[in-house]
Design a protein around this ligand. Structure first.
Ligand SMILES: CC(C)(COP(=O)(O)OP(=O)(O)OC[C@H]1O[C@@H](n2cnc3c(N)ncnc32)[C@H](O)[C@@H]1OP(=O)(O)O)[C@@H](O)C(=O)NCCC(=O)NCCS
Length: 165
């Protein structure tokens, strides 16, 4: 499914490939305190390649977003179970931030979730992560609730969601 989805300056936004996973895991390691097994990254790529996106500069991966699909209660009070995209992790290496790459990654992942007929998308974000909260709000995510002591270090999370219908 190798394909350029869009460019942000000299950066290429494209679908993740199996060969990119090592770089993705390395970026996760240096940018976020939440880490996962190699198998978990690989399984998300297998399950939802449409919404596993990387940003590349000069053949080097410098950012990623990965998601999964879940079925459950709506964050928008829709009746019955809905199909929800869950943003599991998104990160851009520090030296490449503030250039619109995070925004582009989220927007492309949302396109992938729409292709898979997701009804809505949600994520958790640290209440202290003002940059990320602003990024999500700018693309119409809303804070739905506060999850008390969601993170291992005791910090609360905002649950933020966006309706895709
Ligand atoms: C959150 C993160 C992915 C954003 O990536 P990014 O490439 O810097 O994002 P963007 O350049 O698209 O910026 C998005 C918004 O953040 C804000 N922002 C980003 N960099 C900024 C900077 N240096 N100064 C001020 N605001 C900044 C802007 O408000 C921007 O909004 P805009 O679209 O109105 O310009 C990145 O900061 C990151 O990897 N953080 C560490 C991992 C993390 O926290 N992930 C999110 C977990 S939920």
């Amino acid at each position: 499914m190798q394909s350029e989805l869009r460019n942000v300056g000299n950066y290429i936004i494209r679908h993740c490939e199996e060969e990119d996973l090592k770089s993705v895991i390395d970026i996760n390691m240096v940018t976020l305190p939440e880490h996962y097994s190699d198998y978990f990254f690989s399984s998300l790529l297998t399950e939802l390649p449409e919404a596993f996106i990387v940003a590349e500069l000069k053949n080097q991966v410098i950012g990623y977003i990965m998601c999964k699909i879940e079925f459950g209660f709506s964050n928008f009070r829709k009746l019955g179970f809905v199909k929800k995209g869950h943003v599991v992790s998104v990160a851009v290496l520090e030296e490449h931030r503030g250039k619109g790459i995070g925004r582009a990654l989220v927007l492309e992942a949302i396109k992938g979730l729409r292709q898979r007929k997701g009804d809505e998308v949600y994520l958790e974000v640290r209440v202290s992560n003002a940059t990320a909260v602003k990024l999500y709000q700018n693309i119409s995510f809303h804070i739905k609730s506060k999850l008390s002591s969601y993170y291992r270090d005791g910090e609360d999370a905002y649950l933020m969601a966006k309706d895709l219908s």
